[in-house]
Every structure is written in C-alpha cells, then in structure tokens.
Design a protein around this ligand. Sequence first.
Ligand code: PEP
Length: 258
Amino acid sequence: MSNAIRKYLIAGNWKMNKTASEGVDLANEIVLSLAHQTDVSAVICPPFTALESCAKVLEGSNVQLGAQNMYPKAEGAFTGEVSPVMLRSLFCNFVILGHSERREYFKESDAFINEKVKAALESSLKPILCVGETLEEREADKTLEVIKTQLSGGLAGIDVENAEPIVIAYEPVWAIGTGKTATPEMAQEVHAAIRKELASIFNESVADHIRILYGGSMKPENASELLDQPDIDGGLIGGAALKAKSFIELVEIARQKV
Ligand code: PEP
C-alpha cells in the first residue's frame, strides 16, 4: 500500500465457526498479542451468538468487533434477523455485507445489499462490502463488469460525505476457501479498477480514503506480496482467522509495512 492515508485493516471472518465459549478462547489469545498495537486495524467477526462474549474480551483493547451480516431495519417483525442497532449495542464497529456465501446460498441481490449498506452507515457501522467474480465469470473475461455492477448496485444512493467509512473487500469467489489465491498482480489489477470505480461513484479523494481488502485464501505465507500492492489495504481472512497464531501473524506482517 503506497498511500499513507489508509490504515491497513485485517479482518477475520469466522463464518459459522466457534461457540460463544470457543470464541472467547480465540479472542483472548488474539487480545493477548494485539491489544496494544495501533498500527493496523485488527477486527474479528464472530457469529452473532459469540458477539457479546467476545465484546467483553475485546473491551479496552485495540482489537475491534464486527458482525457477518445484518437486516436493514432497526426493529420489527423480521423473525430470525438481527438489526444494526442490536449490533451497535454489542459494540460492533464493522459489519460484513454481501459476502459471496450470502449472495450464493441466500440469494442476496445487489439491491438488498445496498439497503444493508445504507442502514449500516445510518447506525455508524462500517460496512465491509464484498464483491468478486466466479470462476466462470473470470474465464468469460467478465471480472471487471461483474465488479462494476456489484459496486454500483451496492453503493447506489450513498451520499459522498458518508462514504469514507465504507470498506470494500475484493474476494474472487474461486479463491475463497479453496487454497487458490489470486496472484498479487491479478488482485492489484482488480483493486485498481475498484478504486477507479469508487472515484467515479464518489470522487477521487473519497476513493483514496476507502480501504480495499483482498480476500480469498490469504494466509501468512502469501500475505506479504499481496499487501505490497499499492491498492491492497488489508485482508478479509476466513480459514486463517480461526487460529490465533495465523491471524496474529497476518496483523504483524501488515504492521511491518507501516
Ligand atoms: C472469506 O470467506 O471471506 C475468505 C476470504 O475465506 P478464506 O480466507 O478461507 O478463503
């Protein structure tokens, strides 16, 4: 990352892993190592059921809390859903939105994800908006087209003055949980295109402030080269975030570049 105005962000997406007490154990190990560092934004995103117990572990530390999803209404008859207000009350600062697993298994559309992005911002939650192409789309040379559609759909109607807290995660679907990583050059090409698109949706200054994370089998072994790319501002980490050692190592690798 060449641009000093953006702070690296390493976010762990625990997905549907860890009970509340297992989450406390993992959060404790992470806090022991990372509580005092401020060079890099370190965020853990446990499942809903572990948010409250993890929030207690993170209290007073510099490790922040995020959720993996939310419903775009403050309250009401939406059985099984969780609101941004509820997440804020548990001291969440971030929320992952539009993850490819939600797009695929729960048929979330760009329009629905857009409602969530807006509702998150209204509640002062920083959305981590995930975008990314499938293998089929990449092979059909449609990567940039897909990303543009996901960005313009997901960010529609957001005022430029509210946009800076947004985080984008570029996650090529074919690289998630597969062990296949985009090469740093492949990732950089898409990250640069995302930043260009953000400049056209908002403006250049906002685009320069928005952090763009890479996600897809990122681990300590491949992180350094990815983080060296000028438009890669951190990582959204799945598998490697479930072990304290690798998550801490990823934050340390980012710190060394500051
Ligand atoms: C993810 O699902 O956000 C992710 C990047 O997973 P993994 O690191 O396991 O590929």
